[in-house]
Design a protein around this ligand. Structure first.
Ligand code: AMP
Length: 186
């Protein structure tokens, strides 16, 4: 099962991706988590990444795409992608790489929630990049760079919009009913 979880910062992609990955027994690939681990490990590449994460800016494609595609290639039984792709070039690289391997995306799950709820959730979460100023930048980047990727997906993939408001488990159940359609061959 090849799934992309798509949506604005704070919508719950990470939480839902983790539960879904566990349930389906496929890897959860989060570029954000990979970057945070690299920074925490104190390696030199991590130090170069820190500036982007701290300011809510996109890490350059040559780094991000290499890391993400490597993880996807290594996940032959399927994957849950969370936070990648985040711009058109990343989306094209992913599509090309999957196509070259005779694979495709089964579903793009587009999680939605009102803007004020997203901000509130992130402020509560309190990650290092969850300050009001950085949140504002991340929304701007999302609007400008990431949200157009949805149109790219809609041209070729099966995009399903799912309401991300509610208890974690409720949202998970909504996602699962979509996944069951894939299992049933719809
Ligand atoms: P996330 O955990 O998905 O919210 O990502 C946290 C941060 O990691 C983002 O604000 C970016 O700085 C960086 N990042 C994560 N995924 C990507 C990506 N696909 N392209 C560029 N930067 C990314």
């Amino acid at each position: 099962m090849n799934i992309v979880l798509f949506g604005a910062p704070g919508v719950g992609k990470g939480t839902q991706a983790a539960i879904l990955a566990e349930r389906l027994g496929v890897p959860h690939i989060s570029t954000g988590a990979i970057f945070r681990e690299a920074i925490a490990s104190g390696n030199p590449i991590g130090q170069q990444l820190k500036h982007y994460l701290d300011n809510g800016l996109l890490v350059p494609d040559e780094v991000t795409t290499t890391i993400a595609l490597e993880a996807v290639k290594g996940s032959e039984r399927g994957f849950i992608l969370d936070g990648f792709p985040r711009n058109r070039s990343q989306a094209e690289s992913l599509a090309e790489s999957l196509r070259a391997d005779g694979r495709s995306i089964d579903r793009v799950i587009y999680l939605t929630a009102p803007l004020d709820e997203l901000t509130e959730r992130m402020l509560k979460r309190g990650r290092q990049d969850d300050t009001e100023e950085v949140i504002r930048t991340r929304f701007e980047v999302y609007e400008k760079e990431t949200s157009p990727v949805l149109n790219f997906f809609r041209e070729v993939d099966h995009v399903v919009e799912i309401n991300g408001v509610g208890e974690v488990n409720e949202v998970h159940e909504r996602i699962l009913s979509t996944i069951n359609q894939v299992v049933n061959g719809d």
